[in-house]
Design a protein around this ligand. Structure first.
Ligand SMILES: *Cc1c(COP(=O)(O)O)cnc(C)c1O
Length: 384
């Protein structure tokens, strides 16, 4: 018997304090960028023990602005893992630079540090890493490579708010760390993102570029201090976060450890229950690291089963369990093949994963019963 209700993949847990804060924000009459954004930035900066935090309207914006602020543009190349969400590589494309894709490790799904140096050319300006599913990349080795070649290092932390690598927090090991508060992420603001930045100069440039290229704090120009003229010093973008979004983020952030613990419990329950099935389970977190447990990805063992991954997805959906695919590699998408000449066969580990991966629901909203339903649905889909 299937469940009555569809279990939505990545459905966020929204609680009363943020609902009250949103209402208060609406009643205050100030819903755009203002005091709540400033508060959320400060709390997030403290949580990450970072130098500077810049709230934005998405992680994609954070990635694009960090590259732009680090002077990545036409004529440059940026190293990006092919096993990621396309936002990571699209951000490079938007600067006019060329995304140079690199394969991942099969077991960690993170960029393979062994392959980075061979992809560096005289035009390379930056490396973007993605802490896949919340598991930190080999940041000691990658930082050393970036330093040796004089490259900027950007961390795509969309999965990795809680991630740590040998006592260092994800996002503080590179020049900029980019975070997402999209609805499926570990904490949510609807749409939303944050950049944490090591250098004040880069952070200031990002702030300016985030708001039309207008001089600092232009959002204050309508405040009770009277009208303030602004100067436009660059052709910037419209990437600022609103107070309405920050109203959610402030309260979600306060609960981040509780949510992490619940997802960790669910993670352990899946590992326990799915052991012995014809699937590869996620590799256990490495010693000295903290895994953010953002995605629970199963890799279907295609040598032991007769069904393809997409049939597996259909069988899960038919049992009212929402599933995700993270991801079909970037170089398999038509745009990247047509514009840059990438083709299937270039990155075997990422392709191996692309054919086999599927993500099970992993949200603090899940009840123990939901978790059992997911496990039963996986067993049935596999015919055991
Ligand atoms: C979700 C995601 C992004 C984009 O985040 P948005 O806030 O939706 O722009 C970027 N990179 C990765 C790896 C993601 O999972």
């Amino acid at each position: 018997m299937a469940r009555d209700e569809f279990l939505v993949f990545g459905s966020p847990l929204i609680e009363e304090p943020e609902i009250a804060e949103v209402v208060e924000c609406l009643r205050s009459g100030w819903i755009g960028t203002g005091p709540r954004v400033a508060r959320f930035e400060e709390r997030f900066r403290e949580y990450k023990e970072a130098e500077h935090a810049v709230a934005l309207n998405s992680c994609t914006a954070a990635l694009h602005l960090s590259l732009a602020a680090l002077a990545v543009g036409p004529g440059s190349e940026v190293i990006v893992p092919t096993m990621t969400f396309v936002a990571t590589s699209n951000a490079v494309v938007h600067t006019g630079a060329v995304p140079v894709l690199v394969d991942c490790e099969r077991d960690t799904q993170n960029i393979d540090p062994e392959l980075i140096e061979a992809a560096i050319t005289p035009r390379t300006r930056a490396i973007v890493v993605v802490h896949f599913a919340g598991r930190p990349c080999a940041m000691d080795r990658i930082s050393a490579i970036a330093q040796r070649h004089g490259l900027a290092l950007i961390e795509d932390c969309a999965h990795a708010i809680e991630t740590e690598f040998h006592g260092r927090k994800a996002g503080t090991m590179g020049d900029v760390g980019c975070f997402s508060f999209y609805v499926t992420k570990n904490i949510v603001t609807g749409e939303g993102g944050m950049a944490i930045v090591r250098s004040r100069e880069v952070a200031d440039r990002m702030r300016t570029l985030a708001l039309h290229g207008m001089t600092k704090d232009a959002w204050r120009r309508f405040s009770d201090k009277g009208y303030i003229h602004y100067d436009v010093v660059d052709a910037g973008f419209k990437y600022n976060m609103m107070d309405l979004q920050a109203a959610l983020g402030i309260h979600q952030l306060a609960r981040i450890e509780r949510y992490w613990k619940r997802r960790s419990e669910i993670w352990d329950a899946y590992c326990e229950a799915l052991r012995g099935l014809p699937v590869f389970l996620p590799k256990a977190p490495a010693a000295g690291t903290r895994h953010a447990h953002h995605l629970f990805t199963l890799l279907l063992d295609l040598d032991s089963v007769t069904l393809a991954r997409d049939e597996f997805l259909e069988r899960m959906t038919a049992q009212k369990i929402g599933v995700g695919v993270h991801y079909r590699a970037v170089h398999l998408h038509p745009f990247y093949q047509e514009r840059y000449g990438y083709r299937a066969g270039q990155f075997p580990a990422a392709e191996w994963i692309s054919d086999r991966t599927l993500s099970l629901p992993l949200s603090p909203k899940l009840t123990d019963e939901d978790v059992s339903d997911v496990v039963r649905a996986v067993e049935r889909a596999l015919g055991v």
